[in-house]
Structures are given as C-alpha cells and as structure tokens.
Ligand binder design. Structure first.
Ligand SMILES: Cc1ncc(C[n+]2csc(CCOP(=O)(O)OP(=O)(O)O)c2C)c(N)n1
Ligand SMILES: [Mg+2]
Length: 1003
C-alpha cells in the first residue's frame, strides 16, 4: 500500500490559491486523471483502500463474486445498482462517478476548514487543497444539475441514508455551507467513528445556527457589555495597561453561552484559567467580579483589609488576580465560576486549573466528571509555543489526572506581542498540538458572533457527551497594540492599516440585526444606555470600595489562619494502638496474592518492624504517616514518576500479582469501605512542569488533604521551576492562597554524578523570605515564624522525623508548602531507623519532648545532653545524610570532643534551638559542614542566620563560622566515582580533624 500513501502525499501538496465563497469548477484536466484519493486522511473503514484503479478493480471483483469484497463495499454496489435501475436521473452515472463524488464529500469533511472564512481581516493567504475542486475528480459545469447517487453509508450527516440521490449543485452548496462558512471544523483526525458521526450530524445539519430573535437579543446584549466594558476602561484610564480584548470581544458572548449550555447539561462548577488578554472583561462580565472592585483596582487599588487579620501579602497586578462567584444562567440555573489567579508566565496556570478541577470532582463525588469542568483560555502565540500546553493536554486521558475533558478557547488575534504567526510556529494552525489528543477543533471567525456562540455551545455539548478535550479557536484580531501603550504600526503596518478601518464585531452584528429586522434602533439604544449607566454607577461606587481579602477562598478554608493569626503548635504523635492497627493493615497482603518474592520479604520485614517496634525504616514511616492521616479522615494523594514502586524500589505502595497482574494497594484498606480515591498513589506522565502544576492546583482546593509530588531525582524538578518561582514560593504573598503541597526531592551525594546528586537545595533556600538578620519571636506560645515564612525547607534524617513533618502539614490551622530534600541511601541505611515509640504520643518515650511528640526542627548531638558541655571543642552543624557519615568518622577517630547537630528544618531557621546548642557548647569551634559545593547547598543561607544567632548569644560573628564542604563548583558533583570518594573522605576527615579549621567563612 506504500504507493497509495505516496499518492496521498502528492494530493496534499497539489494545492491552489484559496477562493472564498464560490466554487469554481475547473474543466477536466487533459493529462491522466490524478489519483484522487488522499487515502491517509480517510478514517472510516469503508474507505480504507481506494484509488481509481483500485475502485475499478474492486468493482470487477464484486461483479464476478459479491462475496469476495468487504461487506460494506458489497452494500454500496448493491445499492448503487438498485438506485441506478430505479432512478432515471442517474441511469447514465457510473459507479466510478459516484465514488469520486463520495471522495469529494470526504475531502470537504477533511479539508473544508482550509476554505472556511476564518480571518476577519481577510489577510490570510491560505492554499485551498485541490481535492476540494470538483474538476479534480473530472466533473464540469454540465454535471452540476445531474443527480448523483451518494451511497448508503453507516454514517451521519451528509452521507447518511435519507438522501442518497442529489444533484451535484445541491451537494456542493451544502458542503460549502457546512464546511466553508464562518466555522472551519477539524475533526477527521479523530479515530473514533461514533465521535465523527456525532460531529457530522451537528455540522451537516441544514441550519445549525437557527437562533430566534429573543436569543439574538441576549447575544447582542452580551456583545454590547463586552464592547462597552473595554471602551469604558479606555476612556477612564487612557494609559493604564489592561491588555484589552478589542478585536476579540465576541469571546464574552461565546463564553457566556458556553457556560449556559454547560449548565443546561449538568455542569455546576467551572474552573477557569486564562492569561492577560481580556482577563478583566472575563472577570467583570463572565465571572461577575463586582465592577466597582475592578475599577477600584484600576484607580491604584487599596491594599485589602480583613476584619480577622491584617495580612495582605504583596498583592499582584489587576490582570493576574483571580476570583470566584455564583452566576445565574440563561436557563435559570446557577453555576459557580472560579478564575484562578495566575502569573504572567503564559500557560503556566493550565495544569493548576486542571488539578483544581480534579480535586473539586473528588470532593463533590463527581464520579462521572460531569458537574465540574475546567476551561482554559489561551493566546495563539502561547498555545503554540509553550510546552506546558502539551504537558497539560497529555494528562487529559490519564486515570488519575483526567477531568472528563477541558474546553480550550484560543483568542487567536494572529499576533503574539510583535511576532507574526509565521515566526511563531511551524504548524498551520496554532491549535495543531491538540490533534495529538484526537480533540475536535472548531476554528471560528471572531467577527461572526453567532458562529462564535455556536462553536462554543458545540464545544460544551461535546465535552458533556464525550468527556474529552475540545478546542474553540476564535480567529480575531487585536485592535490596538499588545497593551494600551504599545505601538503596533512599528511591526505590523499592513495589518493595522486594515484594522484601522475595520468595523467592530458589535457594529457588524447591530447592522445585521437591524437589516433583517430582528431588533430596532430603539432596542439597541436601550441596551447601550443601560450598560453605560451601570458602568457609570459602578465607577462612582468604586471610589469607596474596600477590598476584602479572602474574596475567593472556598468554604473548605473557613477558619484557617492567616500569617498574623497565631496557630497553635500541635503534637503529631499517634496512639500506640492505632499505630499497631494500621501497621498491620499496611504490611499485610491478601491471601492467595502472588506477590513478587522480594516484595513478600519486604512486607514480612515491615510487619516485623511493627510487631517488634524496632528498626522502622523510611518507607514504613511514610506509610504510617499516610495511614494515620487517612484514619483521621484526610485525603492523601502522591504522584510523580514511578512513585508507586518508588524510584529506589523502596516504597512498594502498589503490589502486582505475578500471575494475574492484579494490583493491590494496602493503603486503600486502612478503613472499612474506604473510598478508593481517598488514598491515591499514581505514577505520572514523564512531565515535571505539568504534573507538579496539577498537584499544586489539587492541593489548593481543600486543606484537609496531604498532596505530595515526588521528583524522580531532585534535579529534574528544575523542569518545573516556573511553578516554584511563580506559584509555590510566592502564591500566598501575591494572591493570599495557601497550599500545603509537599515536594519530595531526592537529594544527596553518593557518587551518582552531577545530575543525580543535587536537588538544588540552594535555590529553595534562596527563595525563602525569612530575614537573615532578624530573630523573630521564638517563644513557643507566641511564635508565628513558620506562618510568616513563605515555605518550609527540610532535610530530615530519621524516619520518625519524616513521619512527623508529614503529619505536621495537616495538624495545624494554616497551610505552607513543604520542600523535602528526601534521601536515597538513607532509605536502606542501617543506622537510619527509628523505634515505633518515636511515633507515638506516650510520655517518656524517646520521641517525647517537654511538649510531647512532634517534628524536631533540630536534632541535638546524641552524646552529651547536659545543659553545659564545656569539654566539647567543636560543634558541627549539618543537615541531611552527611550526618551519618560524620558520625561514622567521629566513631572511627574516637572524636568524643566533637558534637554534631542536625538542622532538620533549614527554613524557617530554628534560631531558638540553634542558640540553645550554642550555649550548651560555650568553648566549641563552630562549623558548618555540608556535602554540596560551597556555592550550593545550605551554606549561603545558613551563614548569615547562624551568625545572627551567634551574635545574639555573644558567640562571635560570621567570621567565626568555619566551612567544611566541597569547594565552589560549576557542576553540582563530579562524574568520577573515585573522585567522589576522595572528596567525601577529605570532607569528613576535615570535620573531625584535631587541629582547628581554617577555611574562611562567608564574609
Ligand atoms: C512564558 C512567557 N514568555 C514570555 C512572556 C511575555 N509575553 C507576554 S504576552 C506575550 C505574547 C503573547 O501572545 P499570545 O499568546 O498570542 O497572546 P496575545 O497577547 O496575543 O493575546 C509575550 C511573549 C510571558 N508572559 N510568558
Ligand atoms: Mg495573540
């Protein structure tokens, strides 16, 4: 069949200049009739093999033996023969002609969009494929009024059974109407026959957009709102940046009608993500953020105040803010809309919206995923250019990430800042990436408001019918520059010359409705005046408007504390019986389950740890944290690459039956009749940006959930850097939104080379906002240090401490992101074990401090516990697994006069505990030891804070901090194992050397 495919490529290349509105019949080519079948584009099985030659051959075969051809072909030939015999008009028609006509119809279904009138400016230079030309198949003028038999296909729409015989003229008119009007449909790439038929049915119906005059008035009014809103802002704040929607105003009626239709079809909640363009218009007109609030923000905006707390954060520019409201719909229902706050990084909000939508589905038990829906609005440049678009699309069908379909709307103004599409993408359409998902794509001329409304409604119907993604590409233009103070003539002079004299979509629609008598001039004036007077009223009211913070916090967050409101520190130990009980469940596999031999052993060992209460390892600590949180009624969700088994083969949260392949997840069974999603562990797609963004959005919905994302190795998380910079570290400050998301980033120097050693701890610490020179209130009953800091960074060294730091995430009245430098070789380290008694809350047990059992921000030296240890000559502060290596070296040199303190929580800095240790060892040389190079790791973060602590207790200054660690380096680690070992032994030896350390401190 290779030759057929080659033929189809030729057909694809053979194109001619586009010709709108009319179909020009070309005379039959004089040379050999080209192969007319773009085979690769035919997806219905019936047409799986065809060409002129092939068809003739097939017909001959059928004539000699009808059973020798496929049933569908047999059907066709039989029908044709019987119609030809009974219908005088087609008696002269050959089977070949009929089949060519069929190909013409198919060509329109495939390529009709290439001829659709999509560009409001008419500047688009597109080639229309030859296969849309009847002459290409040998038809000419004289054939126009002949009747043809189209066949009887198991197909919807045009080629369905009810009208198999039509004139060529009628066929062409209908094809042009259906496929080459203001909407170009791309759907023939979809492999699913039912979906194609569903769309054909909708597209090929004779009058798809029959709106009555009442409906048209609603559409008109919505378009007036959209247009007037931008005009109003433009007149009141002439030089303010607002990234206006002018040129794409039909987005608003489109969205509103889409939401109304969705509500009719059962949607109750919509989460919206969008960037700058038209965001204010969407906020005001679609989400219904009070106009007075928007206007107040324009006038400089007051910092929000709150009757409960004073925390206002840093705020954000107006076109990034989010909000949420209940909005009545045309059909008399209500729909809840939330627009997620987003940073300027285009498309970064996409996965966040989808994650939040998925969480809403979980919490509302929306198992069919029909009540909660995500909508993403994109720009043409960013949709084509940003990789996270694909990462987000790609999650849409994954069981743990699907939301039952997202509707994508592209505000395709045919320019990205100053960049033309030809420099911005290699594909024909900016939406081509969505074809990878088999999503239908509706390209629509943004000047035709009814077509926009129709495409938007169709998208809503598709989503509720097929529960998968769909794209509406509104081809429009940008009336002004990229923003209101930008000059577009510098770079797009020709386009803007056309735009200057181009009437607005509203002007065109008003004219159309007046001409057809659908509305009167008075109707229009009435609506215009009403809108203007409301805008003016709101403007006046905006002067006294006082923003309330938490405007968009959902009910789940009621009672949660802002950074100024003191939240009690709670213990996180768990009753011994509960630990034993859940411990049994999570270490027991069902009878007759054929687990892998090694997995059986792991589970048996785990059971032993629970039974004896000794030697609890990292994986068991984690599973105990999850299980106890579940028992307390929380939702736990862990995702990332290979997290089910664990990259280091340590977790085994899902066990696979070696005979049946069946899966068993012990944590699904810690409670009776447990909802299967209550504990979710899921391997993810190989994406960091997208998946982390998804989990972040998920975590923001409901605080009673522990949501974790684990990087394969910590360094890979830099693929999600935008999420750290723009959302995780600064989201609360900018948008007053909290999240307790946990990041597990495997980190540690064990000779695995530059990329697998470092999770780039320094970057997380550098983004921490605790003041290095000011010791905050550290008194336990008054301490808000951790609430006022933007996030927590820990490098934990014991299983019990890991258990407590995870549980602490939920046992508090606020939420903070938690960055965990998680271990690799500690997972199996013989010393890295805890006793079960460190997990429980029994007084007197090893984990029990003065206050009870909780996370230890600092672990003091294991040897001397007196309040004053004057004989200690060196105090080594460190963090993470290097502790075990230092301790081993200390043992080997019998360094009893060296104390080693583990800073388990680096950020916020545990000033109180550090000072306690400084006081305990008054004569000790103070050392910071790390395994990372000097320009990496925690050194730069620790030094000024340690110095501040030292100064306060008169233990010296920054000059007195001695550094032990690797030297400065460009790469995070050496690639040579031998060098690693050498560096490592030098490091630990130096930390324990008898002589004072001379390495200069960070000055
Ligand atoms: C990731 C990212 N890169 C660059 C920018 C700077 N930038 C802001 S708007 C814009 C053009 C966007 O074009 P398009 O997606 O077509 O949206 P439009 O402004 O045309 O509506 C650019 C490059 C950004 N905000 N985000
Ligand atoms: Mg654009």
């Amino acid at each position: 069949m290779a030759w057929l495919r080659a033929g189809s490529c030729l057909a694809k290349l053979a194109t001619r200049n586009r010709c709108f509105h009319t179909t020009v019949l070309r005379s039959k080519p004089s040379g050999p009739v080209p192969r007319s079948v773009p085979l690769s584009r035919l997806s219905d099985s019936f047409l799986d093999g065809t060409s002129s030659v092939y068809l003739e051959e097939l017909q001959r075969t059928w004539e000699s033996d009808p059973n020798s051809v496929d049933e569908s072909w047999d059907n066709f030939f039989r029908n044709f023969v019987s119609h030809a015999a009974s219908s005088p008009g087609i008696s002269g028609q050959t089977i070949q002609e009929s089949m060519k006509l069929l190909l013409l119809v198919r060509a329109y279904q495939f390529h009709g969009h290439m001829k659709a009138r999509l560009d409001p400016l008419g500047l688009e230079q597109r080639e229309v494929p030859d296969d849309l030309d009847p002459g290409f198949y040998g038809f000419n003028e004289s054939d126009l009024d002949r009747e043809f038999f189209l066949g009887v296909w198991r197909m919807s729409g045009f080629l369905s059974e009810n009208r198999p015989v039509q004139t060529l003229r009628a066929i062409l008119t209908r094809l042009e109407q259906a496929y080459c009007g203001s909407i170009g449909y791309e759907y023939m790439h979809i492999a699913n026959r039912d979906q194609c038929n569903w769309l054909r049915d909708k597209i090929e119906t004779p009058s798809p957009m029959a709106y009555d005059s009442q409906r048209r008035q609603v559409i008109l009014s919505r378009l007036i709102w959209s247009t007037q809103f931008e005009n109003f802002l433009a007149t009141k704040w002439t030089a303010a940046k607002r990234f206006g929607l002018e040129g794409g105003e039909t987005l608003i009626p489109g969205m509103k009608e889409m939401f109304d239709r969705s509500a009719d079809l059962g949607v109750e909640n919509i989460v919206i993500g969008m960037s700058h363009r038209g965001r204010l218009n969407v906020l005001g007109n679609v989400v219904r953020k009070p106009l007075r609030q928007i206007f107040s923000e324009f006038s400089g905006g007051t910092k929000p105040v709150d009757d409960i707390g004073l925390y206002t954060g840093t705020g954000d520019v107006k076109y990034h803010l989010g909000t949420s409201y209940d909005r009545p719909t045309r059909g008399g229902k209500h729909i809840h809309l939330s627009l997620v706050a987003n940073p300027s990084h285009l498309e970064a909000v996409d996965p966040v919206v989808i994650g939040k939508t998925r969480a809403k589905q979980y919490y509302s038990n929306d198992v069919g995923r029909t009540k909660n829906m995500g909508i993403l609005i994109h720009g043409d440049g960013s949709f084509a250019g940003q990789g996270v678009v694909y990462e987000t699309l790609h999650m849409s069908g994954l069981p743990s990430y699907t939301t039952g379909g997202t509707i994508h709307i592209v505000v395709n103004n045919q320019v990205a800042f100053t960049t033309d599409p030809k420099s911005g993408r290699s594909s024909q359409y900016c939406t081509d990436v969505a074809k990878a998902l088999d999503a239908p794509i509706f390209h629509v001329n943004g000047d035709d408001v009814e077509a926009v409304v129709h495409a938007c409604e169709l998208a809503a119907e598709w989503r509720q019918t097929f529960h998968s993604d769909v794209v509406v590409d509104i081809t429009c233009y940008r009336r002004f520059g990229h923003n209101e103070i930008d000059e577009p003539f510098f770079t797009q002079p020709k386009m803007y010359k056309v735009i200057r004299s181009h009437p607005s979509a509203l002007e065109m629609y008003q004219k159309q409705l007046l001409e057809t008598g659908q509305v009167t001039k008075e109707d229009i004036d009435r609506i215009q005046n009403k809108v203007l007077s409301i805008l003016n009223e709101e403007f006046v009211a905006s002067k006294d408007y006082v923003t309330k913070r938490r405007d968009w916090l959902s009910n789940y967050w009621l009672g949660f504390k802002s950074p100024e409101q003191l939240s009690r520190i709670r213990n996180t130990g768990v009753q011994h019986e509960i630990l034993k009980n859940v411990g049994k469940t999570i270490t027991t596999l069902p009878e007759n389950f054929n687990a892998h031999r090694a997995a059986k052993k792991i589970f048996a060992d785990r059971l032993k740890m629970i039974e004896t209460g000794e030697g609890v390892d990292w994986a068991v600590a984690e599973v105990l944290a999850f299980a106890t949180l579940l028992v307390e009624g929380n939702h736990v969700r862990l995702s990332g690459q290979d997290v089910e088994r664990g990259t280091f083969s340590h977790r085994h949260s899902v066990i696979h039956d070696q005979v049946t392949g069946e899966r068993y997840c012990p944590l699904d069974h810690v409670m009776k009749n447990q909802n299967q999603e209550m504990f979710t562990v899921s391997n993810s797609s190989l994406s960091e940006f997208g998946v982390l963004g998804f989990e972040l959005g998920y975590s923001m919905e409901n605080p009673n959930s522990l949501v974790l994302w684990e990087a394969q190795f910590g360094d890979f998380s830099n693929g999600a850097q935008v999420m750290f910079d723009q959302f995780l570290s600064s989201g609360e400050a900018k948008w007053l939104r909290q999240t307790g998301l946990v990041l597990l980033l495997p980190h540690g120097y064990d000779g695995q080379g530059p990329e697998h050693s470092s999770a780039r701890l320094e970057r997380f610490l550098q983004m921490s906002d605790d003041n290095p020179f000011v010791i905050p209130e550290m008194e336990p009953t008054l301490r808000t240090q951790i609430q006022t800091c933007n996030w927590q960074v820990v490098n934990v060294t014991t299983p019990a401490n890991y258990f407590h730091v995870l549980r602490r995430q939920l046992h508090r009245e606020f939420r903070k992101p938690l960055i965990v430098m998680s271990p690799k070789n500690l997972l199996r380290h013989k010393e890295c074990k805890s006793n079960l008694s460190e997990f429980d809350d029994a007084e007197g047990h090893p984990g029990y401090d003065k206050q009870g059992t909780r996370f230890k921000r600092l672990i003091k030296d294991q040897n001397g516990h007196l309040d004053l240890e004057e004989g200690i000559r060196r105090l080594v502060f460190c963090s993470g697994k290097v502790y075990y290596e230092l301790d081993e070296q200390r043992k080997s040199v019998d360094g009893k006069d060296v104390a080693i303190c583990r800073v388990e929580q680096l950020c916020p800095f545990p000033y109180d505990l550090i000072q306690r240790e400084l006081k305990r060892y008054p004569n000790a040389e103070i050392v910071w030891c790390q395994e990372e190079p000097m320009n990496m790791g925690a050194y730069a973060y620790i030094a000024p804070r340690l110095a501040t602590a030292m100064k306060a207790v008169e233990r010296g200054s920054i000059q007195d901090i001695k550094y032990v660690g690797r030297g400065p380096s460009a790469a995070t680690a050496t690639g040579f194992y031998g060098v690693h070992v050498k560096e490592h032994s030098e490091l630990v030896q130096k930390a324990m050397q008898p002589d004072p350390i001379t390495t200069p401190a960070l000055a």
